[in-house]
Design a protein around this ligand. Structure first.
Ligand SMILES: Cc1ncc(COP(=O)(O)O)c(C=O)c1O
Length: 400
């Protein structure tokens, strides 16, 4: 047998249905020092509270080192769940008992667990279109079909959702990103959040509310979490420390009814037994010691400046027929040109040493090519302006 043919023969149908994502190419190109990357969803390294983390770690390793280095409970550190429950109540109006929280290895793990747990292969879920690439990947890994619902500047369109539900009445859940959505930066307005709750309460459908960016608001009025409007326990809420502390912690959390929590723990045990106790201990002290509230305003300030600079540069350097979103927070701007094919443009962009993520990656069927996602948080100000200039040239080269 040809070398390695054995392995190819043994791959499962699900693995064979998976394809390399654009993220691989982006992570590779980042290695080029001249490349300006608007590609990854990376926080700015300046946003990491290195000194605070060092201080907290040093204290904890002497007071709790032997506990912090041990395996932890599958649902995570109890003290952290208590702190998170209190904080979510105060800041987001989300009422939950600490026992309704499962800490996960990033919210990415929660997406995978919930897909695995709630759907059989061939089942479908509903999502915004476009939606988070990592969710498409996570759900696809469980053989889930994704049914897209159109969005506009106020988030998922509720008339479109109602129409989709007529055709697809039994989704396993509806996946939404109400705050500064990845990839568009768009937020769902209050009216639609309320209407979504009305729809799912009446139809008995689970909502998966994924909210990594809600705390990164630079302008506009904060909107209540969908979970906070939920009186019937239809909503599962996902949070993460990746964008408000550091992704290296690999720590997220799900807030869900007890029945869901119990099953999530079983699936999580099959995956990794428990998340990192080191991360859980540090995150708990970071929250309860007030470090986060002292530091986060700096991050918001840093990112507000970068958003403003990117918008100004896009206005200055992109042809006038190119449209883009103006998000009130988060990390991304969605750039669209009617009739363009951003997949094809990427080759020219890489030649000019600027990277973006092609919009088609964010559609489950990869069937829309007119947009691209730009990250504005990672680059230095200088590179940000230069990168947009290069992008302007790429658009000019498309010729229309
Ligand atoms: C919408 C969304 N959900 C989930 C994640 C996963 O984040 P993490 O696993 O780092 O918590 C990301 C990361 O970029 C994201 O943008």
């Amino acid at each position: 047998m040809e070398k390695n043919a054995l392995y190819r023969r043994e791959f499962s149908n699900i693995v064979n249905s998976m394809k390399p994502s654009a993220i691989d190419a982006i992570l590779k190109a980042i290695g080029d020092p001249e490349m300006i990357s608007f590609g990854g969803g990376l926080p700015n390294p300046e946003s990491f509270p290195v000194d605070d983390v060092k201080k907290v770690f040093n204290e904890l390793i002497s007071t709790s080192g032997r506990k912090m280095l041990q395996y932890g409970a599958t649902e995570g550190l109890r003290a952290l769940s208590v702190t998170l429950a209190k904080r979510m109540k105060e800041q987001q109006g989300i009422s939950c008992d600490p026992s309704e929280i499962v800490q996960t290895t990033g919210s990415q793990e929660a997406l995978y667990i919930l897909g695995k747990m709630l759907a059989n292969p061939g089942d479908y879920v509903i999502s915004e279109a476009p939606t988070y690439l990592g969710a498409i990947t996570a759900f696809r890994a469980s053989g889930i079909r994704m049914i897209p619902v159109e969005m506009d500047n106020n988030g998922m369109k509720m008339d479109a959702l109602r129409a989709t539900l007529k055709k697809y009445p039994h989704p396993k859940f509806i996946y939404v990103l109400p705050n500064f959505q990845n990839p568009t930066g768009i937020s769902m307005n209050l009216e639609r959040r309320k209407e979504l709750i009305e729809i799912v309460t009446e139809a008995g459908i689970i909502v998966l509310e994924d909210d990594p960016y809600g705390a990164l608001r630079f302008s506009g009025t904060p909107q209540p979490a969908i979970k906070s409007l939920d009186r019937n326990n239809n909503v599962i809420y996902l949070g993460t420390f990746s964008k408000v502390l550091a992704p290296g912690f690999r720590l997220g959390y799900a807030v869900a009814p007890q029945e869901i929590v119990e099953k999530m723990k079983m699936v999580k045990q099959a995956l990794d037994l428990a998340s990192s106790t080191i991360s859980e201990y540090i995150a708990e002290a970071y929250l309860s010691g007030g470090y986060i509230d002292r530091w986060l305003p700096n991050v918001v300030e840093l990112y507000r400046g970068k958003r403003d600079l990117m918008i100004k540069s896009l206005e200055q350097y992109l042809p006038k027929n190119v449209e883009f979103t103006r998000p009130d927070g988060g990390m991304f701007i969605w750039v669209t040109k009617k009739g363009a094919n951003t997949d094809k443009m990427l080759e020219d962009a890489i030649k000019k040493k600027v990277l973006y993520v092609v919009g088609s990656e964010f559609y489950p069927e990869n069937d829309n090519h007119e947009s691209m996602r730009l990250n504005f948080t990672y680059s230095t100000d200088e590179k940000l302006v230069e990168g947009v200039k290069r992008l302007g040239k790429v658009f000019e080269n498309t010729g229309n």
